[in-house]
Design a protein around this ligand. Sequence first.
Ligand code: ADP
Ligand code: MG
Length: 327
Amino acid sequence: MSSEFDLIRRFFTRDTHHTALGVGDDAALLRPGAGMELAVSTDMLVAGTHFFADTDARDLGWKTLAVNVSDLAAMAAQPRWATLAMSLPTADPVWLEAFSEGFFACAGQFDIDLVGGDTTRGPLNLAVTIMGEVPRGQAVTRGGARPGDDIWISGQPGRAALGLARLRGTLTLLPGAEADCIAALQRPQPRVALGLALRGLANAMLDVSDGLVGDLGHILAASGVSAILDVQSLPLQPLLAAGVSPTQARAALLEGGDDYELLFAAPHAMRSRIRDGARAAGVDVTRIGVIEPAGGHALRLREADGGLTLPGTLGYDHFRDAPTGAG
Ligand code: ADP
Ligand code: MG
C-alpha cells in the first residue's frame, strides 16, 4: 500500500483556479475577491448513516462534494474552495480512483478547487468543508422571510426519497422512472446558478436536505413567521408519473429528504424576475405557498377542498428514518 502522501498526490491533487497555494503545504492560501464575504459550511457523510456502505464510489465522491456545494447555493454564494477529511478502512486504489473521479466531476462542474484535507485510517467517513464568496451583505439567510412572501421550491423534490425506497426494496417504480429517482438520490444537482440568480430577489432560502416540511420549519423559526402550503400547487406530477400512489407522492415530496432543491421566500413583486432567473439557470421553480404572520401553528396545508390541515398529523411516515439522508 502506498503512503498517505502518495495517495494524496495521486488521487487528490489537481490544478487550482482561485488559489494561491493548494494541497501539499501546512495550510492552503486562498484569494477571496475584494469586497467579498467568505461563506463556509461543513457536511459529514458517515457510512451506514448517510449512505449504504456499498454505494458506488463514483456516486459517493460526487455526493460528498455536492451536498456541500448545495449549502453555498442556498446562501446565494459562489462556491470556490473545498477541503476533504477522509477516514478510510483501507487505501484501496480502485475505490479511491472512482471516488476521486466522482468528487472531481462535481468540483469541475462548479469550478471548485480542492485545497487540502486530512486522510486517516478508520471507519469510512467523509467530511468536506466548503468555502465560497458572496458580495458583502448579499447572502440570503434563513431569517428574512416576511408575511405575504411567496414560498417557492426548485426542481422536482421527492424523487430522491422514491429512489431510496426503491433501493431499500420497499417500493416499486415504473421502469422508466427508476434510474431517474435513484440518480436524484445518488447524484444530486446543487442549484448554484439558481442560488446566484436569487440574490436580491429572495428574502430567505435554504436547501432541502431533511424534507420540505421540516426544512421550511427552519425558515419559519429563523424568520419568526408562519406559512400555509397549498397542496394543489405542489409539483406532484413527476412523482405520480413514477408510478406511486398520491399518498406516497405527497409523503415523498413533503417529507422525503436528499433532493437538495432550494426552498425560498420572496416578495410577490419578484415573481417575474424569479421566473426569468430560473429559466436562465435551467431549473424549474414552483410557487407552493405563502408566508403568514406568526400564529398558533407554524405551518398549515391548504387541502384541495380549501380546508386547512397540519403536517405530521396525517401519518405520512412512509419515508421516515431513512438511513441515507445526508443531513
Ligand atoms: P499535516 O500533517 O501538516 O496536517 P498532512 O500530512 O495531513 O499534513 O497532509 C499533507 C497535505 O495534504 C496537506 O496540504 C493537506 O491539506 C493535504 N491533504 C491531506 N489529505 C487530503 C485529502 N484527502 N484531500 C486533499 N488534500 C489532502
Ligand atoms: Mg493533517
